[in-house]
Design a protein around this ligand. Sequence first.
Ligand code: HAM
Length: 425
Amino acid sequence: MVETLLTNLPGTRDILPEEISSWHLVERTARSIFARYGFEEIRTPLLEATDLFARGIGGETDIVGKQMYTFQDQSGRSVSLRPEATASAVRSYLQHSMYRGAGLTKLYYLGPMFRHEKKQKGRWRQFYQIGAEALGSEHPAIEAEVIEMMMHFLESLEVQSHLLINSVGDGRCRPEYIELLRRELRRRGAELCEDCRRRTETNPLRVFDCKVETCQPVINALPKIADHLCAECSQHFEQVRNYLQEAGISYEIVPRLVRGLDYYVRTAFEIVSGELGAQNALVGGGRYDGLAEILGGPRVPGFGFAMGLDRLIMILPEEVRRRAKRPPELFLAYLGDGAFRKALALGRLLRHKGFSCHFEFAGGSLKSQLREANRLRAGSVLIIGEEELARGRYILKRMEDSSQSEVSLEGLVEHLRERRRAGLK
Ligand code: HAM
């Protein structure tokens, strides 16, 4: 009994203080870079009506069909923990009539998503995404701009990545392609798994999500959507590629990339990283011009992406992780009760001046306090003994070279400011 209480649920985890600095860095960087592109944060509930996702993402998708945390609440309503946030962002955009007045609305979000998936490295049941949605423009340049923003973000974190793109057509050309797919799938129905046989009738595009090995030869031989685009979709795709090229962004066209959510039209893309292993998708996104209408609103074109934060943190370079850490700027070491009181008073004063200070309440020998300062990787240590207390001057030790000097309070503040200016901790 006790064992189960002391263990988190499978597929969930605690993000511990030792790791949190990397998360903060990633979040700070996203906020700073996304703001430069005009994106503003939106926070939507973790819990929404089940129908929002069933209609928005598609009932035949793995996400809705197999992975949602769905239950009836006390009022008998079917609710689900959000498996993604695009449907929620569009719901909120429509609910608050954000389309009135604004030509283009740029939203970003950051937070946990829930999918009951099979556990695997890089795959969690509660995972975190940073996503961005640009609503109100059909222009292909907005797609290149959103992708550019994300590349800018990844580059500033020194993360290597590879962009894969495709066009999945639209309401004009896709129905014909889907019929072609259905005919082909029916012809080879005997070689397909039960799920794929069902998808053949309900939603043939979802066959591309199948992981069953025996289905793969059939899937690999299916006609490619790229060969069946209408003139408008082809032209749109070409323009997107041109804008990407102009922005200096390299990409690979992957004709089988259809993505696991039903709302995509035209451009679909993923960013993968070789360092991630089997679950190599770091970012997924695309255009979803019909989603607002599916949810009962007016037609609003949209384009966006979501990035898996858990996966991003996994491949964050060691140097970036180290830089993200913010150890205390000053450790106050004291010898004797009078010095302890002085340390408390100095700590109070310095914290109000904006510096981070730590001390060890257990006191102990100077040696043990210095050991603690080392463990915390404090930038400097101030040593306060009875003698220093009487003179109002203290011993300042710089931890990187162990050099020592005597300082007054003003000298100490100047020293801490100087280190900040020099970018030292
Ligand atoms: P998605 O491809 O389902 O797209 O998820 C985006 C990213 O979230 C994935 O590339 C991956 O990094 C991360 N992710 C997904 N599932 C898990 C999991 N179980 N564990 C860890 N990470 C995971 C969407 O969610 C769309 N809403 C993206 C979008 C926004 N399209 C347009 N706008």
